[in-house]
Ligand binder design. Structure first.
Ligand SMILES: C=C(O[C@@H]1C=C(C(=O)O)C=C[C@H]1O)C(=O)O
Length: 461
């Protein structure tokens, strides 16, 4: 294996050659240089500054972005249309130079808060919606990896090398550092839940009343739990713990300023590959048991529970219906089968469709987000009821985020099992779908199982 210093020197030499070939004097657009890395990546370094990460352990996929080569923000009901127009303009004029023939290309990140309604963001918070081209990207898949450097045009050779060489100096040596072992589990001080258990019961009862009056069929309520650590939470360790505990989930980190938004989510909003789309309908939750017989019994109960099946069917139906607006053909949902995670199990179906020409991730996000899995049904009425009754802003919890390819296809994940982490404080978020027959205590316990996904991992960070 090449020594880290050798890798860095070789990358810098190849970077200088490649940058000299970029059309830097064009007066608009973006250009990316893609350089092969000697081996695949299982984790991505955390350096100060804006950063995002999407890592999926079972798939062996990783994308990370550092710094900003371009960012576009939007809010309000037109937010996805606005970002779509920007992304179309960017990708129409984006040069890619891949001298090592890696097959990787530049990529962007799209991320959205749960509601398009503008909020009063704090300094550390993420914007309502953002499409972001990182200055340095890392991509790894199937044991192969590449580094992608992107700039807005025009630029000059000197300006780029002055920025990019120090960036490589900071990041490349860290790629060779093995992931740190988890720390001895630390005690976390539990803070308040908002709403607390009494306010939760009242909220569930009002939601049940709304359902009883036939104004909505389903409402997804949630709560925030604040945890205080005795040491600063370390994102690399946290990601490693999440990947270990939830290898079939997508680990997501997004940070623009101080605080990081972190998730280990089991739920895709959709995957778009060329003209095919696949979306998850995930709803209906039960716990896990240590004892295998008891666990199998819980699974069987979930598969036959009329309330949970109905809750999941509402989601599958709404996703199928949304896809009919952009597909020439939508296959009936499969399942529902069971998705088993370490802390919970869910009813899950996949819905597949054949897309009309010209459909992209922005259009799909507009049609699919939010699904009744995280909002309720019907969509607008549920959204309005929740905005009027929820005690806190959701922010990016139950928003969506993912990677956008230069042809504007990609994959977005529903932001669940997540936390906003700032130094030693972590705010964890979890919710539960309320339908006729839901019980406030059982739903409170369900949010507890979901919160345990992040709180367990945080103990090792
Ligand atoms: C709302 C959450 O999860 C969603 C709600 C579920 C349910 O109500 O059973 C199950 C999976 C998710 O779609 C969450 O994890 O916070």
């Amino acid at each position: 294996m090449l020594q880290p210093l050798k890798v860095l020197e070789q990358l810098k030499a190849r970077l200088r050659e490649a940058v000299a070939q970029l059309p830097l004097d064009r007066d608009a657009g973006h250009a990316s240089v893609i350089l092969e890395l000697p081996h695949g990546l299982s984790h991505a370094p955390d350096i100060p500054g804006p950063r995002f990460l999407f890592a999926h352990s079972h798939r062996g996929d990783l994308r990370a972005g550092y710094g900003i080569a371009g960012e576009w923000r939007a809010e309000g009901p037109e937010r996805l249309e606005v970002l779509r127009a920007k992304a179309r303009a960017v990708t129409a004029d984006w040069q890619h130079l891949d001298p090592d023939e890696t097959g990787f290309s530049g990529f962007g990140m799209l991320g959205l808060a749960a509601s398009p309604a503008p909020s009063q963001p704090g300094d550390d918070d993420l914007p309502n919606a953002i499409f972001w081209l990182p200055e340095l990207g890392l991509a790894s898949h199937g044991g192969q990896a590449a580094l992608v450097l992107t700039t807005a045009l025009p630029s000059t050779l000197d300006a780029l090398l002055t920025r990019w060489e120090p960036l490589l100096d900071r990041v490349v040596p860290l790629l060779e550092v093995p992931a740190q072992d988890p720390l001895t589990p630390a005690h976390l001080d539990p803070g308040d839940s908002t709403p607390d258990q009494d306010a939760w019961r009242d909220l569930v009862l009002s939601a049940l009343d709304e359902i009883e009056q036939d104004r909505v069929e389903k409402l997804v309520l949630w709560r925030r739990l604040r945890l205080q650590g005795h040491r600063r939470f370390d994102l690399i360790r946290l990601n490693a713990a999440l990947a270990y505990l939830f290898p079939s989930c997508q680990v997501v980190n997004v940070r623009l300023h101080g605080a990081s938004f972190v998730a280990a989510t089991p739920e895709r909003l959709f995957t778009q590959r060329r003209d095919r789309v696949e979306a998850d309908a995930l709803a209906g939750t039960a716990c896990r048991a240590e004892d295998a017989d008891r666990d199998a019994e819980i699974t069987r109960d979930l598969q036959h529970c009329e309330k949970n099946l109905r809750e999941q069917r509402v989601v599958a139906d709404a996703v199928s219906e949304a896809l009919t607006h952009c597909c020439s053909q939508v296959e009936p949902p499969d399942g529902p089968r069971i998705m088993q995670l370490n802390n919970a199990q869910h009813l899950w179906s996949v819905i597949r469709g054949q897309l009309h020409p010209g459909v992209d991730v922005f259009r799909l996000a507009d049609l699919l987000h939010p699904t009744p899995a995280t909002n309720g049904q019907p969509r607008q009425r549920a959204h309005d009821w929740l905005r009027a009754h929820e005690p806190l802003e959701r922010g990016w919890y139950t928003g969506t985020a993912g990677i956008v390819e230069p042809d504007l296809t990609g994959e977005l994940w529903v932001l669940l099992r997540c936390a906003r982490i700032d130094d030693r404080v972590a705010d964890l978020f979890a919710g539960a779908g309320i339908v006729a027959g839901s019980d406030p205590i059982a739903e409170w316990q369900e949010t507890g199982h979901k919160l345990a996904a992040m709180s367990t991992a945080l103990q090792f960070a």
